[in-house]
Every structure is written in structure tokens, then in C-alpha cells.
Ligand binder design. Structure first.
Ligand SMILES: Nc1ncnc2c1ncn2[C@@H]1O[C@H](COP(=O)(O)OP(=O)(O)OP(=O)(O)O)[C@@H](O)[C@H]1O
Ligand SMILES: [Mg+2]
Length: 268
């Protein structure tokens, strides 16, 4: 199921122009990162994928449905969206119930519901917190609860708005493994992130937003090679890229494997 965004403009009721002609296609099963400075329109675009926001002009299509002709409840079968601020999403008093909530709304019950919730809890290392109130957890743990709740909905498309923000290195590594597992399951995953090092390591395609427009949309290496465009967008290339350039390595590097190869060191 593809995502097609065709010349989408969006203006908030306050008069703020957030998207100014965004066009992109994401193919079923792709893994794509969206980066860009604060206020560049990333979250506004993400909220168009599940119909929470509808274009002021232009069309968003998810498979054979447009977000104009289908409700948010219908689109929830196709697109799971994890909010940038998980507290906008969390409404239950027990982690288990919160993780089940979206799936229950899709009509999932009984053994299938238990199976999905337990799978999602395990994926987010939340099993031991299943019976606590999400608001007794730290904000970083609530973010994991919000991700688990969307995983349990088993949608073909997942849109995660800053999933690694505030997470420790162990969880970030675990989350990278989860991305691989989701890819094996054939899911489309769109992640919004400010962490260019994480993006460079784990995403083959990157979209850079700036001023409500797409500045770059290309293979990760090509995007991080475009240093001037990135600088205009208040972004720095990944740390490894800068280190490789400082060491005058002849090849362009943006991820660990290439860097180690240049050093002629076997991959860790
Ligand atoms: N609810 C809202 N009402 C009015 N304007 C908004 C609202 N949400 C965002 N905006 C404005 O829309 C523009 C795009 O904001 P958006 O949140 O999509 O950016 P972003 O790229 O996700 O930023 P960040 O990196 O800070 O999360 C900004 O100018 C912002 O001030
Ligand atoms: Mg945002």
C-alpha cells in the first residue's frame, strides 16, 4: 500500500502556513526518515498521513483511499501514527489497556488481542510495566507505551514522530532491531527524527523538510553529501561524515560500515 502526497498545502486556523506544495511517494515496505529544522512542517506532514489533518489544497492517498474521502477511524486500519508528544495520545490508566486501546477500537478481541498486546509490550521492553499507570512512568517510557500501542494495531504503515527522543542508547539499539523486524514483516515505516546519526545508520532514504517544502528527497548518502543544502536547513551531516572528512578519507562516508571499511577494520 503506497503513500502518495500530491502538491499538498496546509494552513492552520491561526493563519500559519505549514506546508507549501509537498509532493512525495512512499512505496509499500519502504523505510524512510524525515528530518529538518524545528517548525519545518514534519509533524504537520505526518498528521496528513492518517487524516488527522486534511490538506488545504492537494491530495493525500493511502493505497486506494484519499484522506478526504475516508475518516480518521477508517484510516487507522492502514496508518498507525505515534504522536511527537505521547501525552496527546495516552488516555488509559494501565499500560496494558493503553497498548490494547487502538487494537480494541479496530475490533480486535480475545486471544488475538492478548497476543498482539503481549507482542507489542515485549518489543518495547515494557512487559514488567504492563500493570502500572502510564503517568507513573517517565516521559521516555510513556513514549515507548505510545509506540507499543500503535504496533499492536498491526497497520501496514507506521508513522513515528521522533521515537528515539529522550531514549537511552540501549533502547535506541533495540529500536533499530525493531525497525529491521518491521521491515521483515513488510511494513512501511516513516520516522521523523532530529538524530542524523541514527538516520544515517538505519534508513536508506531521507526526506529533508524546510519551510513547509521538501528540500531534499534521496538516498541517505546523497542527502548527507549535500552539505550546503543541509547547512541552509540548519542541519549538520552525521558525526562520522564530519570525522571522515577531517581525516581526508577519499570516499564519502555516512555510516559505520563504510567508515570501518575505509579504516580497513573488520566490521564490529
Ligand atoms: N497546532 C498548531 N496551530 C498553529 N500552528 C501550528 C500548529 N502546529 C504547528 N504549527 C506551525 O506549523 C509550522 C510547522 O510545524 P510542525 O510542528 O509541523 O514542524 P516540525 O517540523 O514538526 O517541528 P519540530 O521539529 O519542532 O517538531 C510551524 O510554523 C508551527 O509553528
Ligand atoms: Mg514535529
Amino acid at each position: 500500500m503506497n503513500i502518495v502526497v500530491d502538491d499538498v498545502h496546509f494552513t492552520y486556523a491561526t493563519g500559519g502556513v505549514a506546508l507549501q506544495g509537498v509532493t512525495l511517494q512512499i512505496t509499500a515496505g519502504e523505510r524512510v526518515a524525515i528530518i529538518g529544522r524545528n517548525g519545518s512542517g514534519k509533524s504537520t506532514l505526518a498528521r496528513h498521513f492518517n487524516g488527522l489533518l486534511r490538506p488545504t489544497r492537494g491530495v493525500v492517498t493511502i493505497g486506494d483511499w484519499t484522506t478526504h474521502t475516508h475518516s480518521v477511524a477508517q484510516l487507522a486500519r492502514r496508518v498507525g501514527y505515534v504522536f511527537q508528544n505521547p501525552d496527546e495520545q495516552i488516555c488509559k490508566h494501565r499500560v496494558w489497556d493503553e497498548v490494547a486501546f487502538g487494537a480494541v477500537n479496530l475490533g480486535v478481541r480475545g486471544a488475538q488481542l492478548r497476543e498482539r498486546v503481549e507482542w507489542a509490550l515485549a518489543r518495547l521492553a515494557l512487559a514488567e510495566h504492563a500493570h502500572v499507570n502510564p503517568y507513573d512512568l517517565s516521559p521516555s517510557w510513556r513514549r515507548r507505551v505510545a509506540i507499543a500501542a500503535v504496533l499492536a494495531m498491526a497497520t501496514p504503515i507506521l508513522v513515528l514522530d521522533e521515537p528515539t527522543t529522550g531514549q537511552d542508547a540501549q533502547f535506541v539499539a533495540h529500536f533499530a532491531g525493531l525497525l529491521d523486524e518491521l521491515q521483515t514483516l513488510g511494513k512501511t515505516v516513516v520516522v521523523i527524527s532530529h538524530d542524523v546519526d541514527f538516520v544515517a545508520e538505519h534508513f536508506p532514504r531521507v526526506i529533508v523538510m524546510d519551510g513547509g517544502r521538501i528540500l531534499l528527497d534521496d538516498r541517505t548518502e546523497c542527502v548527507f553529501h549535500a552539505a550546503e543544502a543541509l547547512a541552509r536547513s540548519a542541519l549538520q551531516p552525521p558525526q562520522l561524515t564530519r570525522l571522515a572528512q577531517a581525516l581526508q578519507m577519499p570516499r564519502f562516508i555516512c555510516a559505520e560500515e563504510g567508515f570501518l571499511h575505509e579504516l580497513r577494520v573488520d566490521s564490529l
